[in-house]
Design a protein around this ligand. Structure first.
Ligand SMILES: Cc1ncc(COP(=O)(O)O)c(C=O)c1O
Length: 393
């Protein structure tokens, strides 16, 4: 018998892993907060300005989303009570899917319970052991998990480097795969920069591959009327949007073809074997989708603040990622130093979480500042004032 089984407590591996993380300053713990309004929260009985949430438009506190959520609950109850293929498809699910397809100018749409679930279950529905997946080097963990589950071979191209992707494709088409899938985020969750959607569509068509784009951080704030960077574009097999970020709610959806939708309803386990999204969630999403196209002014203001903050932080001497979204990462490098800056900000009334490996590559620990259209100039100027003091001290 294996000596490990004889001599060790069967939970030793857990203690060891946690001790290792403690030693490397990357132990994670849950911090309890209570939201106050769109940009302030209470933590340990203190009010803090939140610069870490993905609620880019402050919709999680919008009265029309709250009201729709209440109304849908009143009418349909608190739960969908079954999976979509059993008795969990209500008229509100179908109508929302039709609305999403229409606003994104796509043939069809399908709801998923979370973006994480969608990525982990969609990718294995598209590729198998005989396939190849080519993904950006910095894709989100949920995409990686989907690739691992698919058992496909996979390679990463350098971040946003389409000439590297082109090289990999040139080679791959000669290697006899049954399918090749290109997958990336449109807005990178930890970098805030964007991929070249048109360039990817062109390569996908040139090499006859599947193309899957995760538009989680763009939907609501980028593209025409905020409908994301993949709306109104043909040549993308699956675009994923999420509702837990700019939409201020919860869940995810894809836009796709009618054919692909029919296939996934039949062959995608993470769609089939799970309870449908609850009415309260559908209500808030529905209200948000009605509201978002009218928020051009908020998106313009947000864009101005993004430029302002990036320029100010660069002027102060911080290493700021080249972001074109409300995600403005400041690279600190060392994990302890990133924690120190986060703690300094918190002591002074600002919540800005440190992001450390393995979420980001080694030696690139960072503070991921996230802006919302609800941040007022005084919030932003206070953040810059603190960062100046910290840098000077
Ligand atoms: C790029 C990307 N895709 C997917 C997800 C997962 O979405 P959800 O929060 O709906 O599970 C996230 C969220 O962290 C993300 O950043």
């Amino acid at each position: 018998m294996n000596s490990d089984l004889n001599h060790h407590n069967h939970l030793d591996f857990i203690t060891k892993e946690l001790q290792e993380r403690e030693k490397n300053n990357n132990i994670r713990q849950l911090n309890t907060i209570c939201p106050q309004d769109a940009v302030t929260i209470i933590k340990n009985a203190r009010s803090l300005i939140n610069f870490s949430s993905n609620d880019y438009l402050g919709l999680s506190k919008h009265p029309s989303l709250i009201l729709a959520s209440q109304n849908y609950t009143q009418k349909y109850g608190t739960g969908a009570t079954a999976s979509r293929l059993v008795t969990g498809t209500y008229d509100i699910h179908e109508k929302l899917e039709q609305k999403l397809a229409k606003v994104c100018n796509k043939e069809a749409s399908l709801l998923f319970n979370t973006g994480f679930q969608a990525n982990t279950t969609l990718i294995p529905s598209l590729v198998d052991q005989k396939s190849l997946v080519l993904c950006d080097r910095l894709v989100h963990n949920s995409i990686l998990q989907g690739i691992f589950l698919s058992k496909a071979r996979w390679k990463r191209y350098q971040h946003n480097d389409l000439s590297h992707l082109d090289k990999l494709l040139k080679k791959a088409v000669l290697e006899g795969y049954n399918r090749i899938l290109i997958v990336t985020e449109t807005v990178f969750s930890m970098e805030g920069d964007c991929c070249d959607v048109d360039g990817l569509i062109q390569l996908s068509q040139q090499y006859n591959t599947l193309l899957y784009l995760d538009d989680a951080h763009a939907f609501g704030i980028m593209g025409e009327k905020g409908m994301g960077l993949t709306a109104n574009k043909s040549g993308i097999d699956i675009s994923l949007g999420t509702f837990g970020k700019a939409i201020g709610s919860f869940g995810a959806f894809i836009t796709t073809s009618k054919l692909m939708r029919d296939y996934l309803i039949n062959c995608c386990p993470g769609f089939i074997y799970t309870t449908a999204l609850p009415p309260a969630v559908i209500g808030s999403i529905d209200a948000a989708i009605d509201l978002v196209p009218s928020l051009d002014q908020e998106r313009t203001y947000l864009g101005e603040q993004i430029n302002y903050v990036q320029n100010k932080l660069r002027d102060l001497g911080y290493q700021v990622c080249n972001s074109s979204s409300p995600i403005i990462p400041v690279i600190i490098g060392d994990e302890e130093k990133a924690l120190d800056l986060s703690q300094y900000l918190e002591k002074n009334g600002i919540l800005a979480t440190a992001i450390r490996p393995p979420t980001v590559p080694k030696n690139t620990a960072r503070i991921r500042f996230v802006l919302s259209s609800k941040h007022q100039p005084e919030h932003i100027n206070y953040l810059i004032y603190l960062l100046k003091n910290y840098h000077d001290s």
